[in-house]
Design a protein around this ligand. Structure first.
Ligand SMILES: C[S@@+](CC[C@H](N)C(=O)[O-])C[C@H]1O[C@@H](n2cnc3c(N)ncnc32)[C@H](O)[C@@H]1O
Length: 338
């Protein structure tokens, strides 16, 4: 008997908590900015049925293929777009998909990238040093490793990897160049730090740093969060799951800043960050470092009216799914005559 060993599928993280934080309701309209294998998207479409719609975005065309197969049964309720979420606002406008009830970011890599993928995201498999989410991006990890100066490499590894031995690692990388594969790079790092010590592999932080730089992950996150606010309808929610402190810091500061001052645009849903239960971590070790933050759009009454009128053309209202259907009537009485 032959045994086929399939790569483990991507298990979505904090699903119940995400649905709660997004307050998913029948007839609602949602954007999943990081579609991946479509796990969260399927859960959102199930919970928002009947009438729910989802716009799914992923920079990786492979992820779009996998998600399209998974979401096939939802037909035209799921619109999947291969693009970077840094273009979130333009995409939503192009497809007339706003305002929305909720926007999700489940950041970083999916298991599709780690399990047997040949794009060099993992030091567990030997592969060319690529690390691009999308083949349309120009700069690969090999370009950075082989062309940056020693001090530029040290800075990158320190800033994006929070790696204490960044200078030593950069010195070794420059000494061993050209470096074209994940194995060559992880060996150079092991030599730089004097072999393996402790629980985490010595290449972990450098690989994280490279991936963040290649995909300009932090810049794109900052840009997309700002755009997300503009797309949220009243009481619309933005939910972000992050997997390392650099991302989480950006999300935390953004939500804090937008929820303070004279004209706050967001209200924090959870003051304390939400993390997975011990059971979830046991079942899905990748969830270990996950941190979920959520906030709700605050709008003044005039903005609410404009948005509510837009919603009245969407299936949300028709399906009776809007969280406060009486509000539209009230807003109409106040503003329609103005
Ligand atoms: C953690 S996975 C998402 C998994 C997904 N929630 C699921 O349930 O299967 C993150 C995904 O976001 C994508 N991604 C990361 N940064 C992106 C960006 N700036 N624009 C678009 N997609 C991005 C990656 O290609 C990856 O497929």
């Amino acid at each position: 008997m032959s045994l086929m060993i399939a790569a483990p599928a991507h298990i979505p993280v904090l699903v119940k908590e995400t649905l709660e934080a997004l307050a998913v309701q029948p007839g609602g309209r949602y954007i999943d900015c990081t579609l991946g294998a479509g796990g969260h998207a399927a859960a959102i479409l199930d919970k928002s049925s009947p009438g729910g719609q989802l716009l799914g975005i992923d920079a990786d065309p492979e992820a779009i293929k996998v998600a399209a197969a998974k979401l096939e049964t939802y037909g035209d309720k799921a619109l999947l777009i291969n693009d970077n979420f840094a273009n979130l606002e333009a995409i939503s406008i192009k497809y007339d998909f706003f305002p929305v009830h909720g926007i999700l970011f489940d950041l970083g890599l999916s298991s599709l990238h780690l399990n047997g993928n040949s794009r060099g995201f993992s030091f567990q498999h030997d592969a060319p040093l690529d690390m691009r989410f999308s083949p349309s991006q120009e700069v690969t990890a090999a370009d950075i490793i082989n062309t940056y100066s020693e001090s530029e490499l040290a800075h990158l590894i320190f800033t994006y990897g929070e790696e204490a031995s960044s200078r030593r690692i950069a010195r070794y990388i420059v000494k061993k160049r050209p470096i074209e594969s994940t194995l060559q790079l992880s060996l150079a790092i092991e030599q730089a730090v004097g072999g393996r010590r402790g629980r985490i592999h010595p290449a972990t932080r450098t690989f994280q740093a490279l991936r963040i730089a290649v995909n300009r992950e932090l810049e794109h996150l900052e840009v997309a969060l700002k755009q997300a606010i503009n797309l949220l309808g009243f009481e619309g929610r933005v939910v972000v799951i992050s997997y390392h402190s650099l991302e989480d810091r950006i999300v935390k500061q953004f939500m804090r800043q937008e929820s303070r001052g004279d004209n706050p645009r967001l209200r924090l849903i959870n003051k304390k960050v939400i993390t997975p239960s011990e059971t979830e971590v046991q079942l899905n070790p990748r969830s270990r470092s996950a941190k979920l933050r959520a906030a709700e759009r605050i709008t003044d009454r005039r903005e609410q009216y404009v948005l509510a009128e837009r919603y009245s053309f969407s299936e949300g209202i028709e399906a009776g799914g809007w969280r406060r259907p009486g509000l539209l009537k009230k807003l109409r009485r106040t503003f329609a005559a103005l």
